[in-house]
Ligand binder design. Structure first.
Ligand SMILES: CC(C)(COP(=O)(O)OP(=O)(O)OC[C@H]1O[C@@H](n2cnc3c(N)ncnc32)[C@H](O)[C@@H]1OP(=O)(O)O)[C@@H](O)C(=O)NCCC(=O)NCCS
Length: 186
C-alpha cells in the first residue's frame, strides 16, 4: 500500500491537528515500537487478554501472518514516530469466515484522544472491500469503554456478549463482540 498522508484538518479529537501523519504498511523494523505500544496496553489491563508482556521475538510470527493483500498491519507514523497500529486478522480460520476479519487497534498513550484511533478505523472500513472483506469484528472487554465508544462511533454494533469469559487478575471479565458489515462501495 502506498503511504497516504492524512489531511490534518480532518483529524478531530481534543488535541491540535497532527501534521505529517501517514498510515502505511508496517515493516519488520517497526515491530519494536508496535510491541512497546502493545505492552503498555497489556499493563493497562483493559485492552487485551494477554496478561504478560510480549517480546519482539514472540511477536514475530504474528507480524508475519499479516500481508498487505489480505490481512494488513498498518502503522500510524507521526514525524518518524510510530503512534499507533491497526491489524486485520482472521476471525475464525474456517473457510466460510474468510470474508470476516477481526480488527485490533492500539494507539500509544502519548497520542491518545487526538483522533488517531478513529482515522485508523475509518481507513480499515474504507479499505475492507479491496481485501474482499465484507464484515469486520472487534473483540473488546466490556470494561474497555474507550474502545467500545470508538467502534460504536464508526458504525459497529454489539453482535455478541460472552459473560465472565476471561479472568484478569482474579476478576472475571465479559467480552463484547462488535461488528459491522462492509458494503461493496465502502
Ligand atoms: C481505543 C483507542 C484505540 C482509542 O484511540 P484514540 O486515538 O485515543 O481515539 P480517538 O481520539 O480517535 O477517539 C475517537 C472516539 O473514540 C472514543 N474514545 C476514545 N478514547 C476515549 C476515552 N478515553 N473515553 C471515552 N471515549 C473515548 C470517543 O468516542 C472518541 O471520539 P471523541 O474524541 O469525538 O469523543 C485507544 O484508547 C487505545 O489504544 N486503547 C488501548 C488499546 C485497545 O484497547 N484497543 C482495543 C482493543 S482492539
Amino acid at each position: 500500500m502506498t503511504a497516504v498522508a492524512a489531511n490534518p484538518t480532518k483529524i478531530g479529537g481534543h488535541g491540535p491537528p497532527l501534521q505529517g501523519m501517514i498510515i502505511r504498511d508496517a515493516v519488520e523494523a517497526d515491530l519494536p515500537a508496535i510491541v512497546e505500544i502493545y505492552n503498555a496496553a497489556i499493563r493497562g489491563r483493559i485492552s487485551t487478554a494477554q496478561l504478560d508482556p510480549v517480546s519482539i521475538d514472540e511477536r514475530l510470527p504474528w507480524f508475519r501472518e499479516h500481508s498487505p493483500e489480505s490481512h494488513p498491519l498498518w502503522v500510524d507514523e507521526i514525524d518518524g514516530q510510530i503512534a499507533g497500529w491497526l491489524s486485520f486478522h482472521s476471525f475464525i480460520t474456517r473457510c466460510a469466515y474468510r470474508g470476516t476479519a477481526e480488527i485490533s487497534v492500539y494507539v500509544s498513550e502519548k497520542f491518545r484522544r487526538l483522533g488517531l484511533g478513529r482515522v485508523l478505523l475509518e481507513k480499515a472500513i474504507a479499505h475492507s472491500s479491496h481485501l474482499a472483506i465484507n464484515a469486520l469484528v472487534g473483540c473488546i472487554f466490556s470494561h474497555n469503554e474507550p474502545s467500545l465508544r470508538l467502534f460504536e462511533r464508526l458504525g459497529f454494533e454489539r453482535w455478541g456478549f460472552l459473560p465472565r469469559i476471561a479472568r484478569v487478575d482474579d476478576v472475571e471479565r465479559d467480552l463484547v463482540i462488535v461488528g459491522r458489515h462492509i458494503s461493496a462501495q465502502a
